[in-house]
Design a protein around this ligand. Structure first.
Ligand SMILES: [Zn+2]
Length: 137
């Protein structure tokens, strides 16, 4: 295990059951790795500190091939290591997490409620964060 912050490891930011099942290499480039670190430092760890309980990362970095396999958007920020899908349990808990992030003052690029809070997508970039809040049905 390789910790990259107090509560997050590199492995949880890049591991994927789909990648393993399909023998897809999901090793991030140095650039994607730097973006992942920024995402953890600027968003995930501050959110974790605020939330006070474990946050599960469903999906972080995705190679182009993996992103295709999971039918991610062609321009998905997961490919750049700038996004994570996170969850803390069921819809009610995920909505509470979403609302917490939204009102926290923590900068983000996009905060997306995915399919009625099945999970929460959050992204960050080094500059020009848009603070967009979206609901995907
Ligand atoms: Zn996502």
């Amino acid at each position: 295990m390789t910790p990259i912050s107090k509560n997050f490891t590199l492995e949880e930011m890049i591991s994927s059951a789909t990648a393993m099942d399909n023998h897809i290499d999901n090793t991030p480039s140095a650039e994607a790795l730097a973006n992942l670190q920024l995402l953890v430092d600027k968003v995930l760890q501050p959110v974790r500190d605020l939330y006070g309980k474990p946050i599960h990362v469903n999906s972080g970095y995705r190679s182009v091939k993996l992103n295709k396999e999971v039918r991610g958007a062609v321009n998905s920020q997961h490919i750049q290591g700038r996004a994570a899908d996170i969850s803390v349990g069921g819809r009610v808990a995920n909505k509470a997490l979403f609302d917490l992030i939204r009102g926290s003052g923590i900068a983000f690029d996009q905060l997306i409620d995915e399919y009625d809070y099945r999970w929460v997508h959050v992204s960050y970039r080094e500059s020009g964060n848009r603070g967009m809040v979206l609901h995907l049905k």
